[in-house]
Design a protein around this ligand. Sequence first.
Ligand SMILES: Cc1ncc(COP(=O)(O)O)c(C=O)c1O
Length: 345
Amino acid sequence: ETAGLFVSGGTMANTAALRMALSRTATWDLPGEGLQSPERPRQLTIYMADHEWHVSFTKAVDLLGLGRNTIRLVPSRADFTIDPVALDAMLDADIAAGMTPFAIVGHAGSINVGAIDDLDALAGVAERRGLWLHVDGACGALGAMLPELRHRYRGMERADSVSFDAHKWMGVPYECGVLLSRDPAMMRRAFGVTASYLHEQPDAELERYDFFDRGPQMSRGFRALKVWMSLRHHGAEGYRGFFRQTIDCARHLHALVEAAPDFEVVQPEPALYIYAFRYNPGGLDDAALDALNTRIAEAIRMRGVALVMTTRVRGRVCQRFSIANHRTTRADVTAVLEAMREMAT
Ligand SMILES: Cc1ncc(COP(=O)(O)O)c(C=O)c1O
């Protein structure tokens, strides 16, 4: 059995997932004593890829009172995925140093380059060591709906929790995050409360609709409605078509960048709809290229051509395309790239 919960977005889903992981790990009275228990281990730790980890985990550990040092960054490989061998070595070293690892985070569609971690390898490490595996699929978990991509997600089904944002790739209006847990009881353990004005006795009928003890919120909006309506309208097959279209646009962009003498490839061919690259006509040092790429993205935005943001990939300012809108076409992508070139000169 799997349980699920609509939340505001990926940040809240990640926070709730870590709270569940903590609940499973705690050998002390977590609901009663929280992190102030004298029996609490000195340093609780979680693990994720050093380049592509998402900053929402900073918020999550802040909210949970764990402290930012909880996050341990594992070296990633050339393709921007976490290195499972380095993860294993880091876990050994950290345990020897007295730390208490409690969760591993894999990303399915990372923020800058859309990388999908080797989730099967992560599940292996997590299972062997009894750690919680959370897959942050805010951007990309839904790619598993595509048969041709499913192999990239192998192992996701072994995760303890998975999150994704319907307000990203599904195009559903904000806010609409989703958290799935393989262990429904853990949701209640992490979030359960009782009060006389709530139903005091278990009531199977009410529990189908009551979610206050499965997540951080009590009163909640009807987020499910917009997902239901969108699914009714487009259907799963409709969404598969949208997803394919956006991935095709990202791959088209990669091909254009590869072929262009004045643009530089900084990542492998995109698996999903997120793609980073930079303008580099040659003859400029890194600082000048960073400034130029920042200026190009600003100009593209200010002139209303497209909403392109910059990010840093391996330290350098890059253009980051997130082609989440299913109405975007190859022609749009080509036009934005051409506009970038114009604005650079
Ligand atoms: C990988 C990843 N995780 C988490 C989040 C946070 O999601 P939200 O903004 O919905 O809270 C994002 C947002 O971009 C993301 O890309």
